[in-house]
Design a protein around this ligand. Structure first.
Ligand SMILES: Cc1cc2nc3c(=O)[nH]c(=O)nc-3n(C[C@H](O)[C@H](O)[C@H](O)COP(=O)(O)OP(=O)(O)OC[C@H]3O[C@@H](n4cnc5c(N)ncnc54)[C@H](O)[C@@H]3O)c2cc1C
Length: 351
């Protein structure tokens, strides 16, 4: 039996796992994906790294929890200073004041890889159910296989940290398990959390093409944010985070409305073209003519309604903690704070 199984190798789960392992517990992390980091994600297209999830880190309000100094020192993070604009409802682009932002030249997933060093991690293992045992939890799941022949199996642990977006965490408890009133109360709390979906387009352009926004050519690229555009939430020259990029890469994140209207369509390529065309119309015509394009859907992208507590827990079930950005909101900073608190509570329960 493991001491702790952490379900989810996003930044919250890795934070909790790292801290519990440091405290001397036997910890196993499982994740359904091949990569690590969850929404702290980097896709490789040829030899180009592209951040299609988390874009950058900002200085943390609580510097005690911030990994930024250590990551700057180890060269994983570097300051990123794009020229920033707000795209207004009337179509104008207004310069925004410069903020301190940090990005990873190798891609944002490098942050997760650093935190995962030395952890025992089972990848491509999807948890499907969580059952309360007299002395812990049984995590049922399946080892995912490329040919679709998934292998079901289970892992028992004295304690479990569920570091999944709230709707995916709730799916681990079926009606039979919710006959337990303590579990049902946790499940009901998970139902209060809401996420916004995001559709992301990654698009590549030859370095010989113009990649600036015809406003001002800047060394560190550009980014545009909008809270009013019908299709676009954010756009940036992602390749400006890289050292010696081989091509220009633009990343677009859709508005919540565009994502809600299109996420269930099967013709993702057309969805991507529509977002690209709407962005080109508002920002610059060249954006509409990439040499390649890829689309990714984040069903649970940004937290709209957080839980309002640092973790999901119950005094009646001290060897269970739920954590993630959905607890406090506040993106990566909230996810780290939540993972940190989860580790504290599990360590106290296992003493
Ligand atoms: C497009 C986009 C842009 C963003 N930009 C920023 C930004 O610039 N700055 C910022 O601070 N934040 C940003 N965020 C938010 C930030 O990425 C998240 O807040 C943070 O990464 C959440 O971490 P997490 O550990 O809570 O969850 P996740 O990263 O979602 O981790 C959950 C993990 O659980 C795994 N999983 C799910 N179901 C199962 C299962 N059944 N079994 C096993 N494993 C499972 C997933 O594969 C994933 O690895 C952005 C998010 C998106 C989508």
């Amino acid at each position: 039996m493991e001491d702790v199984v952490v379900i989810g190798a996003g930044i919250s789960g890795l934070t909790a796992a790292h801290q519990l392992q440091q405290a001397g517990y036997r910890v196993l992390v499982v994740d359904k994906s091949r990569g690590l980091g969850g929404r702290l994600a980097t896709r490789r297209v040829g030899s180009t790294a592209i951040d299609h999830g988390c874009r950058y880190l900002k200085p943390f309000a609580d510097s005690a929890l911030s990994p930024i100094s250590a990551l700057l020192q180890s060269g994983v993070l570097e300051p990123w200073q794009p020229e920033a604009f707000a795209l207004e409802a009337d179509g104008s682009l207004n310069p925004m004041s410069a903020e301190t932002l940090y990005a990873a030249p190798q891609g944002m997933s490098a942050i997760a890889k650093t935190l995962a060093t030395g952890l025992s991690i089972r990848r491509q293992w999807r948890a499907t159910a969580l059952t309360l045992l007299p002395q812990g939890w049984r995590i049922e799941g399946e080892a995912l296989s490329a040919n679709g022949q998934n292998q079901p199996n289970s892992i028992d642990a004295r304690a479990v940290v569920v570091a999944l977006p709230a709707p995916q965490a709730a799916a681990l408890w079926d009606e039979a398990e919710r006959q337990n009133g303590d579990i049902d109360r946790l499940w009901q709390q998970l139902q209060t959390v809401a996420f916004e979906a995001v559709i992301t387009v990654m698009a590549g352009y030859s370095l010989n093409e113009p990649a600036n926004l015809s406003i001002q050519k800047t060394f560190d690229g550009w980014m545009v944010a909008s809270s009013t555009h019908p299709a676009l939430r954010w756009a940036a020259l992602d390749s400006s985070k890289r050292t010696d990029p081989l091509e220009s890469v633009v990343v677009l994140h859709s508005s919540p409305t565009f994502a809600a209207n299109n996420i269930d369509r099967s013709d993702l390529e057309s969805v991507g073209q529509e977002l690209l065309a709407a962005t080109a119309e508002s920002l610059a015509a060249w954006i509409g003519f990439p040499s390649w394009m890829q689309v990714h859907c984040w069903r649970y992208g940004f937290v709209r309604q957080p839980l309002g507590a640092s973790v999901l827990s119950s005094p009646a079930l001290p060897n269970f903690v739920g954590c993630g950005d959905w607890c406090l909101g506040k993106n990566v900073e909230g996810a780290i704070a939540s993972g940190h608190r989860a580790a504290e509570l599990i360590a106290a329960a296992l003493k």
